[in-house]
Ligand binder design. Sequence first.
Ligand code: PLP
Length: 408
Amino acid sequence: MFKINENYLELQDSYLFSTIAKKVDEYKRKNPEKEIIKMGIGDVTRPIVPVIIDAMHKAVDEMKEQNTFKGYGPEQGYEFLRNKISEYDYKNRNIEISPDEIFVSDGSKCDVANILDILGNENKVAITDPVYPVYLDTNVMIGAAGKYNSEKGMYENIVYVPIKAENNFIPELPKEKVDLIYLCLPNNPTGTVLNKSELKKWVDYAKENKSLILFDSAYERYITEKDIPHSIYEIEGAKEVAIEFRSFSKTAGFTGVRCAYTVVPKELKGLTKENKEVELNKLWNRRMSTKFNGVSYITQKAAESVYTKEGQKQIEENIAYYMENARIIRETLNKEGYVTYGGVNAPYIWLKVPEGLTSWEFFDKLLNEKQIVGTPGVGFGPSGEGYFRLTAFGTRENTIKAMDRMSK
Ligand code: PLP
């Protein structure tokens, strides 16, 4: 009989958000009259802005005419979009990233997972803890994480880099040599960031140890403070050591439309077992050409319109809306005596749960007593125990309603 990929059996529990959904469904079944406010999943709620909708409509109309109809597009993305990304997201920040170093895709979740296709599975992997769970689980799936130690809540082959209040949410460089480093900045779930000099330490570490940094900057648009890098390539030498993942999901409300991109600089080289250097850009290009057939023309036209003057203005209004929610959440919780982090450069508020409760116990308490759904910190890694994530992606009305409940 055929065999399965047994690495999947090493995955722990079901995915965090499905566990939450199950608990919420059960609560709803037992308490159908209660109104639940969801501040758990990091999905946006604001509709797509008019400039983007117009661009999509125009692209749809092009599809009905013989001379403007589009079939398969380039697997790497249309030139018009790659050029805009290169110019607006990089050149305008004094970073040289050429369009052929940019690969357009249908989401960063797929990209951060699929990148493992072109990397060996014997690499020593460092993951900041807590973090977006996809990095860890995809390493488990390829067998790179080793066995799970249920006492520690950790996989034996993964180097966990704690980020918590005790170290000011600044991850310390690993004591041992690691090959792959996942950095998510601004961080999901803690909402914290690194300034340039802190991030430079990681780039220097990667250069010294010939490691690769997988830099996920899905929330870069939410940065409000100065001296916080929006791209890892703002750090000198980063093009030799880092792949950057960016998404239109949180920037422009594309969580349902699906569009993202990955930057694989040509300077970036990995080694074969025989110590021969190979350009990662060529491997990723090959991977995308073979396993992907490109993002739809309509979606890429929508993404292109993000870079118009009006597009920028409109998406910034939505981001400001969410960040105002973040302020309301932060200030209410602080007034109520909670210690909070984040919410200044990211749409996430990371709060310390009251003494004596675990983060899942606090989840149950909030659901039962306030009908508010958040995300237990431990779901993002063992160092998330004792913390809880609330998102600012809700509507203003629900955010205020939830904070009124927290104040009572
Ligand atoms: N990376 C991080 C850190 C995220 O928090 C998310 C979504 O929540 C993603 C990637 C997924 O992005 P996308 O919608 O482009 O797949």
